[in-house]
Every structure is written in C-alpha cells, then in structure tokens.
Design a protein around this ligand. Structure first.
Ligand SMILES: NC(=O)c1ccc[n+]([C@@H]2O[C@H](COP(=O)([O-])OP(=O)(O)OC[C@H]3O[C@@H](n4cnc5c(N)ncnc54)[C@H](O)[C@@H]3O)[C@@H](O)[C@H]2O)c1
Length: 313
C-alpha cells in the first residue's frame, strides 16, 4: 500500500479526494497556490466528516485521526516529496496543468504516478505536457468525490500495465469503484450516458411535456431507482432483448438529436441563472438557506445509499 500521497488543487474535487485518502489511512499532502484555499478546503473536509459522524459512518475520534493525516502546503517540493501517487485536480486549464507537470517532473521519483482528474482533456492531450508518458493516467472522479464511488481510469498507449494496476489498487484502497476504459473517448462512459439523458430531459422540458419536478421524478422513481443496482445493459437483459430491440427501433427516430443547447438553457446561462451556485436555474430556490439545506439533504441521502450498497450483495 502506498503510504504518502499528494493531491494538487484543493477546490471542489481536490478537497474531497484528499478526504478519501485520509479516511483510508494514507498520509496525504494537499497543495494549492494560496494558504486561504487550503484552509477553506480543510473547513469543507471537516464539515463533510461531521456529516459522516451524524450518519454514523465514522466516529468523532476517527474524524480527529483523519484530519491529523492531512498536511497542507503551498510549496510543491514539500508537498510531493516522498509521494508515489499524485492526483492532479487543479483548474481545467491546459497551460496550468502543463506548467505543473513540468515542475513535477523535475522533482518526483521515476516511478511516481501522476493521475489527472481532468474532465475534458484526453490522455493524448495531457501526454503532450509530459516527458515521461508511461506513468501518466487519468482518474476521473465524480462530484462530490468523497461520496460517489465511480472513478473512470483512462490510459494512453504508453501507460504501463504496472501503472494501471497500481492506480486501480490505490482507488480500491480508498473505497472507489474504478472502471478502466479500453479506449479513450470524449466524455468517457458516464458523462456520455448522462449527456444523452440530459439532452432528452431538456427536450421534454422545452416541449412542455412535463414540468422539471415531474421529469426528474420520472427518473428518480423510475429508471434511476433501478440504476443504483443494475445498469442499462443488465436492465436490457432483464427486460428481454426482443423488447429492447423494439424500444430502440421505435424510439430512436423520435428522440432528440439536437447538437446545440436549447435556447431556453442558453438564456438562463446568459442571464446568470446557473442553478444552485447562483440561486436560480431550472428550479427556483428560496435563498441560500434552502440551497444549503438541499445540498445537505443530497449528501445525507448519498451516504445512506452508500450504506445500503455496501451492505447489499
Ligand atoms: N467540478 C466537477 O464536478 C469535476 C468533476 C470531475 C472532474 N473535474 C476536474 O477536476 C479538476 C479540478 O476541478 P474543480 O472543480 O475541483 O476546480 P476548482 O476550480 O474548484 O479547483 C481548482 C483548484 O486548483 C487550484 N489551482 C489552480 N492553479 C493551481 C496550480 N498551479 N497549482 C495548484 N493548484 C492550483 C485553484 O486554486 C483551485 O483551488 C479539473 O481538471 C476538472 O475538470 C471536475
């Protein structure tokens, strides 16, 4: 087991990944460009852990030990010294990532793995920013990283099998469900599937088929209820491939194939109605308090679902 790991970038994703490592017993260094970002990340981790205590997933004394395993630094050399596994979760900007890779390559050990959490750059694009491509890999976590089990792993033709095996081992050690893609593809697996569904949800809303609450309910009380345990392909086997042949043949011609975002979403983006981060989006929220309550409710439900899944066959 890798003892010391480092996470670069302490934002939305980085702080959650740091928490996962510390919870699994790793000594983890969290690095960012400003102390205030690191302090804010520690506060977020502390709140996340409080919620786990409240849901009986950890104890108060475990929280203390978890926090003790986290070190923070704005000094890259100090943060990565002795680390055999580095997760890069800095801003989605190729210049920033390449600059960091360049600095890293000058100071890290030969066999230290660099795992990027990029959500939009391909492994080929990332490879252009490093000298040594065999130890570069993508580990794509989902938000909130400390709660959603999936991590998609993308290798390049140059990534060695040993690096893939060690990455999968680390991810399993921190309680994740890694899926290694055989080939790179834009959007990987989960975001392609999500985007297909969200495009259709936008279409249904835009065409007045139902309101936003009911479209979401049709997913959470319907297919989404099953998907926590059986995926779309097993669902097809359970339903019968003859049935699914007809479903796809009959519906594929009438599904949305829109390549552009619908104007009603574009308008919301233009007017700054981005969802919970700005106060309004597809739903209306009664102020910051309601938004915070909804986020807490979401995370509590995710913890409960995790418990159910961990205890199920
Ligand atoms: N937010 C998501 O839902 C999500 C999901 C999956 C993957 N990702 C990916 O994770 C990565 C991070 O995204 P995020 O949402 O956490 O972004 P974020 O903006 O919340 O955090 C990025 C952090 O990186 C820090 N940073 C910027 N330049 C740096 C540098 N040179 N050295 C160290 N730290 C630096 C910033 O100060 C900030 O704290 C991106 O590659 C993104 O595509 C995001």
């Amino acid at each position: 087991m890798v003892e010391k790991v480092t996470v670069l970038g302490a934002g939305t994703m980085g702080h959650g990944i740091v928490q996962l490592y510390a919870q699994a017993g790793y000594d983890v260094f969290m690095y960012d460009i400003k102390d205030e970002f690191l302090e804010k990340a520690l506060t977020r981790i502390s709140h996340n852990l409080d919620m786990l205590i409240q849901e009986n997933a950890i104890t108060a004394s475990e929280k203390e030990s978890i926090l003790e395993r986290i070190s923070i630094s704005t000094d890259l050399k100090e943060a990565v010294s002795g680390a055999r596994f580095i997760t890069e979760a800095v801003s989605e900007n190729l210049t920033i990532k390449f600059d960091l890779f360049k600095q890293l390559e000058e100071i890290i050990e030969e066999d230290t793995i660099i795992a990027s959490n990029t959500s939009t750059f391909s492994i080929q694009q990332l490879s252009e920013g490093v000298q040594k491509t065999d130890r570069l890999i993508i580990t794509h976590f989902f938000n909130p990283a400390h709660l959603v089990p999936l991590v998609e792993v993308v290798k390049s033709p140059g990534t060695s099998q040993d690096i893939i095996d060690r990455t999968v081992e680390v991810l399993k050690n921190i309680g994740k469900k890694p899926v290694v893609l055989k080939k790179d593809i834009p959007g990987l697996i989960a975001n392609r599937l999500q985007a297909a569904l969200v495009r259709e949800a936008f279409y249904l809303l835009d065409n007045g088929i139902a309101d936003a609450e009911d479209i979401d309910l049709a997913v959470t009380a319907g297919p989404g209820f099953r998907w926590a345990f059986i995926g779309p392909l097993e669902t097809a086997d359970f339903g019968g491939l003859d049935i699914w042949k007809s479903v796809v043949e009959n519906l594929a011609p009438v599904l949305s194939k829109e390549e552009k975002i619908p104007p009603f979403v574009e308008q919301k983006v233009q007017s700054g109605n981005l969802g919970t981060k700005t106060g309004n989006g597809l739903f209306t929220y009664a102020g910051n308090e309601e938004i915070q309550r909804k986020i807490t409710e979401r995370d509590e439900n995710f913890i409960r679902l995790s418990n159910i899944k961990n205890n199920s066959k």
